[in-house]
Design a protein around this ligand. Structure first.
Ligand code: UGA
Length: 462
């Protein structure tokens, strides 16, 4: 099928690349002409595992192409995926101006009827507004635009795998023929009949994906309800961690045992600095806002939001307790991305920690396997190091802010030798307290025993 993708952010690019690898002809467009030019010359503007390889493979096979002319993309396609941004407004509501702009473009540029698929995360009822906008903007053209809501559940860092192996594909439709067309688009994924240039040998053994056909409003609600529930789960685990600290229990023992109950499940119970990124914080806000506008009390989500905002305060309280005076001290921040396996720093708790440390007059050094360039553009005052051992050199404290496996795997004895003082404040419960004790570190994390004592290092290092 001929598909267009409007919006070449991470969701648009993953969707375009994976559907091209699934055998469709995909044309991608974006208002950012520079981004399109880079994509045309084979440069992938974001870091997402496997994405560069599948984009290259799709480009070579001629299955994917890019244009800065949205009209060309619209006219060349039978179905159009809208993957534009819906950033939060001041009041928490989602800003839908990009969706409105695209609706106008589609209505004015199309020369034949289209299936218009809303993939951007939007509040419930947006699809119905979109249908209305499409027919209003295309008045008297004689064309019909059928709208589908097809929310994405991709996680940054594993988005390609998630696309090829989803646990569910949700399509919100108004008529059976739209559902049939969506089934056709996703047939290669549902039948597992797609090219797998990257993970050919390591395809996870998962049950086959389900395609769920719902109404448009339900599909939109499913997305926000899922993200908000996961955010709620994280905040719940974080409150349990606070309780563990006060009572003298271990949050990992508690959440592990809780998670073994299939009604609860073990995922998203990792305590720490809380959730960040461009999805959970904004989706939670938008969902609370939506509930408010229809008179439904969603205080439970407001509490989850409040708990999450307090995580940084809790973390900094630990830093103050351990370091006493922060001003003038050298601290090393391990991790800048909002989570591991991505270079995305939007709403990253790590950047908020860095900002607050700088405001207190600390000499902040930081490292991250992928996110340095993006962090530097926002916060040039920090000294960045690609080598984590350089970042920790002479530091009086190491603050772990992102759960990169690379940090767990560090030679922590070497880290201790390089530091001025063996002090680690772990915002992601990444290290083991037992190892830290063995290596003579002072070590603080969330909801687990603190390791006091520690050795004063020489702070020279290699
Ligand atoms: C999230 C959802 O997981 C996806 O299903 C959804 O498609 C996506 O939002 C979206 O709406 O686009 P993502 O934002 O990529 O995906 O990241 P997650 O893996 O969900 O993590 C979100 C945040 O929660 C991160 O800051 C992470 O460090 C934190 N987190 C996660 C915890 O603090 N504890 C946990 O147990 C899990």
């Amino acid at each position: 099928m001929n598909l267009a993708v409007i919006g070449c952010g991470y969701v648009g690019l993953v969707t375009g690349a994976c559907l091209a690898e699934a055998g469709h002809d995909v044309i991608c467009t974006d208002v950012d002409t520079e981004r399109i030019a880079r994509l045309q010359s084979g440069i992938v503007p974001i870091y997402e595992l496997h994405l560069d390889k599948i984009l290259e493979s799709a480009r070579k096979s001629g299955k994917i192409s890019y244009t800065a002319n949205a009209g060309d993309a619209i006219r060349a396609s039978d179905a159009i995926f809208i993957c534009v941004g819906t950033p939060p407004k001041e009041n928490g509501d989602a800003d839908l101006s990009a969706i409105d702009h695209v609706a106008r473009q589609i209505a004015l540029e199309a020369r034949s009827s289209k299936l218009v698929i809303e993939k951007s995360t939007v509040p419930a009822r947006t699809g119905l507004e979109l249908r209305h906008a499409l027919s209003a903007y295309s008045r008297n053209s004689g064309l019909t635009f059928r709208v589908v809501s097809n929310p994405e559940f991709l996680r940054e860092g594993t988005a390609v795998e998630d696309f090829f192996h989803p646990d569910r594909i949700v399509v919100g439709v108004e008529d059976e023929s739209s559902a049939d067309q969506m089934r056709e688009i996703y047939r290669p994924i549902l039948e597992r009949n797609f090219r797998r240039p990257v993970h050919q040998d390591t395809c996870p053994v998962t049950s086959k994906a389900l395609l769920l056909v719902t109404t448009i409003n339900s599909a939109e609600l499913i997305k926000h309800a899922s993200n908000s529930f996961l955010a709620l789960k994280i905040s719940y685990a974080n409150v349990i961690a606070d309780l563990c600290e006060k009572i003298g229990a271990d949050v990992e023992e508690v959440t592990h045992a809780m998670g073994l109950d299939p009604r609860i499940g073990g995922q998203f119970l990792r305590a720490g600095l809380g959730f960040g990124g461009f999805c959970f914080p904004k989706d939670l806000q938008a969902f609370v806002h939506l509930a408010g506008t229809v008179g439904v009390d969603f205080d439970i989500l407001k509490a989850a939001e409040r708990v999450n905002k307090q995580r940084i305060d809790h973390f900094l309280a630990k830093v103050h307790q351990a370091l006493w005076v922060v001003k003038g001290k050298r601290v090393a921040i391990l991790g800048l991305a909002f989570k591991a396996s991505t270079d995305d720093v939007r709403f990253s708790p790590a950047l908020e920690v860095a900002r607050r440390m700088l405001a207190e007059g600390a000499d902040v050094h930081a490292t991250d396997p992928e996110a340095i360039a993006r962090a530097k553009a926002i916060m040039p005052e920090v000294t960045y190091h690609h080598d984590p051992y350089q970042a920790v050199r002479d530091a009086e404290a190491v603050l772990i802010c992102t759960e990169w496996e690379e940090f767990r795997q560090l030679d922590w004895e070497r880290v201790g030798q390089l530091m001025a003082r063996r002090l680690v404040i772990d915002g992601r419960n990444l290290c083991s307290p037992a190892l830290m004790r063995e290596l003579d570190f002072e070590y603080f994390s969330f909801g687990r025993e603190a390791v006091r004592g520690g050795r004063v290092g020489v702070g020279v290092g290699q």
